[in-house]
Design a protein around this ligand. Structure first.
Ligand code: Q46
Ligand code: ZN
Ligand code: ZN
Length: 329
């Protein structure tokens, strides 16, 4: 196997390009593909201040590294979600990368600063963990960007992620979501611009990028991801891709050029008011995040077991959060 560019020994093949790459040319390809996505979709310019949402996984650390290599002013932002050892390890990987690279990392710890973690908070708020987590992350990314004067929030969503989201949206014809599925969302009404510069690169390439650059990332999946429908969509698309290399890229990128404009929603409401608690833009008096914080930190009624019922009421309100949150045996 020789590099298609220089004929030196290759370390990776990319079937959709029908090409092999040595380490240097592969890393260059990753930078070039990222730069092309940024330019084609006018994501941001050289003077913009970029805040990278970092999870400690391969994609977010790779996009941060690539942006720094391309000369962008990119700082990282990590949220301690309180998902047991997984969150502690994720945050540590982000810190280690920042220290090794001499980059700036901003941090927020959800339990310390907002009084809940994702596993227990989502339960108390009666939401799925990923729904509570997504809402939390979106709010805190926006807040960190606005407070820190950043021009754009960058996430590490790659081609596999975006194709899986598209697959789900098409499968169920979520036309409203299709109208919003864009690799760049403009700033509006107090929200920062959002961009996904890895849309031309897949998961396998991002893992290879980190290995070749010596970037130590968290390999384990979030324990709350089990049963996540996007993982099923990814598997389905991977089996199509195995038989038809390039199908995934075409599915997503041809959607952007040929179909996305048909779903776009004209003139999104830009006349949002402000949340009376946190000041974030929202369409109600209190924003969805503040409502989540309230429910996630309010002690819940506890259903006592059958053996305790005889001498006591069926339910009781308690301030014992360890029981209310389901941590009790
Ligand atoms: S971290 Fe959060 Fe993901 Fe874990 S709880 Fe779900 S959304 S799976 S990217
Ligand atoms: Zn080469
Ligand atoms: Zn609020």
């Amino acid at each position: 196997m020789k590099c298609t560019v220089c004929r030196e020994p290759a370390v990776i093949d990319i079937r959709r390009h029908n090409a092999y790459f040595c380490p240097d040319h592969f890393l260059r390809l990753c930078r070039d593909q990222t730069a092309k996505a940024i330019k084609d979709h006018q994501m941001f310019g050289p003077d913009d201040r970029v805040l990278v949402a970092v999870s400690g996984g391969k994609d977010s650390l790779a996009v941060w590294d690539i942006l720094l290599e391309l000369g962008y002013r990119a700082d990282g932002f990590v949220i301690g979600l309180g998902i047991g050892d997984y969150s502690a390890a994720s945050t540590q990987h982000a810190r280690d990368y920042a220290t090794g690279r001499g980059a700036t990392l901003l941090e927020v710890n959800l339990p310390d600063e907002y009084g809940y973690d994702i596993p227990s908070g989502s339960k108390a708020a009666r939401r799925t963990p990923c729904s509570a987590c997504g809402l939390t992350k979106r709010h805190l990314f926006d807040k960190a960007a606005v407070d820190g004067g950043y021009d754009v929030v960058v996430t590490g969503h790659n081609l596999d992620d975006e194709a899986a989201v598209l697959f789900g949206n098409v499968l169920h014809w979520h036309t409203e979501y299709l109208g919003r599925q864009s690799p760049v969302l403009p700033a509006r009404a107090g929200f920062p611009r959002k961009a996904k510069p890895l849309i031309r690169l897949g998961e396998r390439e991002m893992a290879a990028y980190c290995v070749l650059k010596g970037i130590d990332y968290i390999v384990e999946e979030c324990p709350m991801a089990a049963g996540n429908r996007h993982l099923q969509y990814k598997e389905s698309l991977n089996s199509v891709e195995a038989r038809s290399p390039g199908a995934k890229f075409d599915f997503y990128h041809r959607f952007l050029t040929a179909a996305a404009p048909a779903f776009r929603i004209a003139d999104e409401d830009d006349t949002l008011s402000r949340c009376e608690r946190c000041g974030a833009p929202c369409s109600a008096e209190v924003c969805a995040f503040c409502r989540l914080v309230e429910r996630a930190t309010t002690p819940q009624p506890v259903h006592l077991g059958p053996r305790r019922r005889r001498g006591a009421a069926n339910t009781a309100t308690t301030t014992d959060r360890s029981t209310a949150e389901g941590h009790a045996p």
